[in-house]
Design a protein around this ligand. Structure first.
Ligand code: AMP
Ligand code: MN
Ligand code: MN
Ligand code: MN
Length: 282
């Protein structure tokens, strides 16, 4: 019997910065043994309809999700909303606004790049971000394609980050607003990849406490990397702060080796799985 989890609650499609369409993603997940999958595109729920159709066809359980960019303590934190009502008006409206914010940010990033002699970034990203949700990943593609950087690591070291060309400070909604929105849409708010933020343990504890105070309910314990030590740390946080535990690959594409679909380890069984908190939104 496979010891891989059949549940993956953090994935991306080409409605944000993933490679596969929602239909392709669901089909691939099903072929790779996933039974329950959440599509959690960055700041958009526009892929959920297609995903639902494909899920029915492939006999997969689709969880409606979104990964919301959030501003906290001068940095960007990702909060996942799981099992949301995809027709919730507030959520639909907010995603519309975030798409517009992304467009404006993309124009600014492009302008900044042109100041160091790199032209045409906006036009390129607009074309490849097929749904209009332009992310820094699309800019990374542009920079790699045009030989300004070797790979993603190179891009996020030399461009698009603080004090580097193409950096634009983010202006995402705050933690309180984001969690309220998820709760209003009947969902469960989850701190995504808690150990990937470059913050001290003290800061992370502060984040978790504020997240809880705002109505957040869960934390990702199994994430894309799953270094044993990190799983243990996240498990401790879940227990200490009485948070439910989530599991998600953060799958973007087939090239990134750490995020293959269907190869996540099981959630530690001494934790409350996040799906025990679902409300019936259907
Ligand atoms: P944005 O939400 O527009 O700021 O874009 C963030 C996206 O860029 C993330 O979701 C990743 O897909 C990608 N990204 C950010 N930092 C890195 C990195 N160091 N390596 C690879 N991809 C990254
Ligand atoms: Mn991404
Ligand atoms: Mn993320
Ligand atoms: Mn993600």
């Amino acid at each position: 019997m496979s010891s891989y989890s059949k549940i993956d609650l953090h994935t991306h499609s080409n409605k944000s910065d993933g490679e596969l369409s929602p239909t392709e993603l669901i089909t691939k997940a099903a072929n790779n043994g996933i039974r329950i999958l959440a599509l959690t595109d960055h700041d958009t729920i526009s892929g959920l309809q297609d995903a639902k159709k494909a899920a029915i066809k492939n006999n997969i359980n689709l969880v409606n999700g979104v990964e919301l960019s959030t501003q906290w303590d001068n940095r960007t934190i990702h909060i996942i909303g799981l099992n949301i009502d995809s027709k919730n008006k507030l959520m639909v409206e907010k995603c519309k606004k975030l798409k517009e914010m992304r467009k404006e940010r993309a124009e600014k990033i492009s302008l900044k790049l042109s100041k160091v002699g790199i032209e045409g970034a906006y036009e390129y990203t607009k074309k490849i971000a097929i749904n209009g949700n332009i992310t820094r990943y699309h800019f990374a593609q542009f920079l790699i394609e045009n030989k300004h950087a070797k790979n993603l690591t190179d891009v996020f070291k030399h461009f698009l980050v603080k004090n580097k060309p193409g950096y634009v400070s983010a202006n995402w909604p705050n933690l309180d607003e984001t969690i309220n929105l998820i709760n209003a849409a009947g969902g469960v708010a989850v701190i995504a990849h808690p150990l990937r933020y470059k913050i001290t343990a003290t800061k992370l504890r502060k984040l978790i406490k504020e997240f809880k105070n705002c109505g957040g309910k869960a934390i990702e314990v199994i994430t894309s990397h799953n270094i044993l030590k990190e799983v243990a740390i996240a498990t401790d946080y879940a227990k200490k702060y009485n948070l439910a535990a989530s599991i998600g690959s953060d799958f973007h594409n087939q090239k990134t080796s750490w995020s293959k679909l269907g190869e996540l380890p099981l959630l530690p069984d001494n934790l409350l799985p996040v799906w025990n908190l679902w409300q019936d939104n259907n």
